[in-house]
Design a protein around this ligand. Structure first.
Ligand code: HEM
Length: 459
C-alpha cells in the first residue's frame, strides 16, 4: 500500500493526496454511478467511450476520452459494458496489456454462456489481469454509498496484485470486500445477483403451502359444513375468523419446524456416537433456513395478534354480545360468573402474550445488526433456551384455548379435527423429544459427544 495514499479523512471526502486516475469503459447507469462515487472518494475518473464528445451527461469532475487514450491513462480499468460488446476490446489488447481489468458485468439468466464473462474477458485480453468484482452492487447502491445499501463487494481473480488494487479501491469506497479466490469463482459471483431470496424460498413455499392447506381445510370444516348441515351461511367468517385460525396455526407449525431439525440432529449424533459425521443434505439445508422459517412464522403470529385486537370491534361479535344481553334481560336471567372460564381465558391470553413477547425477542436477536453484538453464548441462550420456551408458551396457549373441546364430539365435524388440534402435533412431538434430550443420562452422553475432540475420537 502506498503510504502517501492513506488518509484519515472521512471516506466521502477526497482521500488520496495524489489523485490516482481510474478508467471506466461504458457510460451507462452503472458506469456513471461508479464514476461519481469514485470521484467523490478522491479519484480522478476518465471514461473510455466510442463517442467521447457525445456520450451524454457524465458525473461532474470526470472526463471522456477515446478508449485508447483512456486505457493508456490509468492502471485500473472498470469494464462497465455488456458482454455482447466485449469483442471490440480485443482491438485494445496492446493498450490493455498489464492493466487491471475489473469486470462488473452480470447476465440476465444463469448459464447464458458456456464460460463466465470475466473468464471470457481474460481469454480476449490475455495480457491484462482480470478481476471480477462490484457486480453484486446496483447503480443505486453505488450512488448512495454503503451506508444506504449492501456493504459487501465480492472479488475474484488470478493475480493477487491485481486483486489487491481492486480491494484497495473498494475499501476506500467504504465497502467490505470478500475475496472469493481465483477467476474460476467468477461464474458463482455472476449468479449472485440473479438469486431471488434463495434462503427464503423454502420457508415461503412452506408457509404458502400450509396456509393454502389449512385455509381449504377450515373452509370445508367450518363454512361449508355449516352451509350443508345447518343450512347457515357463515361465509363472512372467511375474512376474519378463518384468517385468525389459519395464521396462528401455520405460525405455530413453522415455529416448531425451526426446532425439529436441531432435535433430529441431536438424535442422529446420539445414534452415531460422534459429531464428526456429516448430516444428510436435507437436514443441512433445513438447518440453514431456520432463521427465515422463524421470521416468516413471526410475521404470521403478528398477524394473529392484530386480528385478535379487532375481535371486540367486529360487527358479528358486537351483535352476538348485544343479542345475548337482550335475551338475558328479556328472560330476566343473569348467567352466573364462571370462575373456570375466567381462569381459562385469562390464562390462554396471557400465555399467548408471553409467547409472543419471546417470539419478538427471537426475531429481533436473529437480525444481523443485533446478533453481531452478541457473544455466541448469549445468542445460543436466546435462540435455543428461550426459543424452546417460546415454543412451549405458544403450544400451551393453544392447548389452553382447546381446553375441554378435545373431549366434545361436536368438535369433530365430518370426522375432521379442528385446525388447532392438527397444529399441535408437530410442536408437541418436538417438545417431548426435547424433554427426552434433557434427561440427565441422555444430556450427559450428548454433551460428551459434542465436546469430544477429533484426536480423542481417533484414539
Ligand atoms: C387462538 C389470542 C399469541 C397461536 C387464539 C385466540 C385468541 C388468541 C383470542 C382465539 C381466536 C378465536 O377465537 O378465533 C392471542 C393473543 C396473543 C396470542 C392475545 C398474544 C398477544 C399467539 C401466538 C401463537 C398463537 C404467539 C403462536 C403461533 C394460537 C393458535 C390458536 C390461537 C394456534 C388457535 C387458532 C384456532 O384454530 O382457532 N389466540 N394469541 N397465539 N392462538 Fe393465539
Amino acid at each position: 500500500v502506498n503510504s502517501e495514499s492513506v488518509s484519515l479523512c472521512p471516506l466521502s471526502t477526497p482521500a488520496a493526496t495524489e489523485q490516482e486516475m481510474l478508467c471506466i469503459f461504458g457510460t451507462g447507469d452503472l458506469g456513471r454511478s461508479l464514476g461519481q462515487r469514485l470521484f467523490q472518494t478522491g479519484y480522478k475518473v476518465v471514461y473510455g467511450s466510442r463517442r467521447p464528445h457525445s456520450c451524454g451527461p457524465l458525473p461532474p469532475g470526470t472526463q471522456a476520452m477515446s478508449h485508447v487514450a483512456a486505457a493508456q491513462s490509468a492502471r485500473l480499468v472498470f469494464v462497465c459494458i455488456h458482454r455482447e460488446n466485449y469483442n471490440f476490446l480485443e482491438t485494445l489488447a496492446p493498450q490493455l496489456k498489464g492493466k487491471v481489468l475489473v469486470d462488473v458485468s452480470n447476465n440476465l439468466k444463469k448459464n447464458m454462456y458456456p464460460e463466465a464473462n470475466a473468464e471470457y474477458l481474460q481469454r480476449l485480453i490475455p495480457g491484462a489481469q482480470v478481476v471480477k468484482g462490484f457486480n453484486t452492487l446496483s447503480a443505486w447502491a453505488l450512488q448512495n454509498g454503503p451506508s444506504d445499501a449492501s456493504r459487501q463487494v465480492y472479488v475474484c481473480g488470478n493475480s493477487l496484485e491485481a486483486k489487491q488494487a481492486v480491494i484497495e479501491v473498494a475499501t476506500k469506497l467504504g465497502f467490505t470486500v470478500l475475496d472469493r479466490g481465483s477467476l474460476t469463482a467468477a461464474r458463482e459471483l455472476e449468479d449472485f445477483p440473479l438469486q431471488l431470496f434463495p434462503e427464503w424460498r423454502l420457508p415461503l413455499q412452506l408457509a404458502t403451502g400450509l396456509t393454502a392447506f389449512f385455509f381449504f381445510y377450515l373452509l370445508i370444516r367450518d363454512v361449508i359444513y355449516s352451509y350443508v348441515v345447518n343450512d347457515k351461511d357463515i361465509s363472512f367468517r372467511i375474512m376474519a375468523s378463518l384468517a385468525n385460525k389459519v395464521f396462528p396455526i401455520v405460525s405455530l407449525i413453522m415455529l416448531s419446524l425451526c426446532y425439529l431439525p436441531g432435535v433430529i440432529a441431536a438424535f442422529l449424533q446420539l445414534y452415531r456416537g460422534t459429531k464428526y459425521k456429516r448430516f444428510p443434505d436435507w437436514l443441512d439445508r433445513w438447518m440453514l433456513c431456520r432463521k427465515q422459517l422463524g421470521l416468516v412464522a413471526l410475521a404470521l403470529a403478528s398477524l394473529h395478534v392484530l386480528y385478535t385486537l379487532i375481535i371486540p370491534i367486529r360487527y358479528y361479535v358486537r351483535y352476538r354480545l348485544a343479542a345475548h344481553t337482550i335475551s338475558q334481560i328479556k328472560e330476566n336471567k343473569t348467567s352466573p360468573f364462571d370462575t373456570t372460564m375466567a381462569w381459562r381465558t385469562d390464562s390462554y391470553y396471557v400465555i399467548g402474550i408471553l409467547g409472543f413477547g419471546l417470539y419478538l425477542l427471537l426475531g429481533i436477536t436473529s437480525l444481523p445488526s443485533v446478533s453481531n453484538v452478541l457473544s455466541w453464548r448469549e445468542f445460543s441462550f436466546i435462540q435455543s433456551k428461550l426459543g424452546y420456551l417460546t415454543l412451549f408458551f405458544c403450544t400451551f396457549h393453544t392447548y389452553l384455548y382447546g381446553w375441554d373441546k378435545f373431549l366434545q364430539p361436536s368438535s369433530y365435524k365430518w370426522f375432521m379435527l379442528p385446525g388447532y388440534m392438527l397444529s399441535l402435533v408437530v410442536p408437541s412431538v418436538v417438545l417431548v423429544l426435547k424433554l427426552l434430550l434433557l434427561l440427565p443420562c441422555v444430556d450427559s452422553t450428548l454433551t460428551r459427544i459434542r465436546q469430544a475432540f477429533l484426536c480423542l475420537c481417533v484414539r
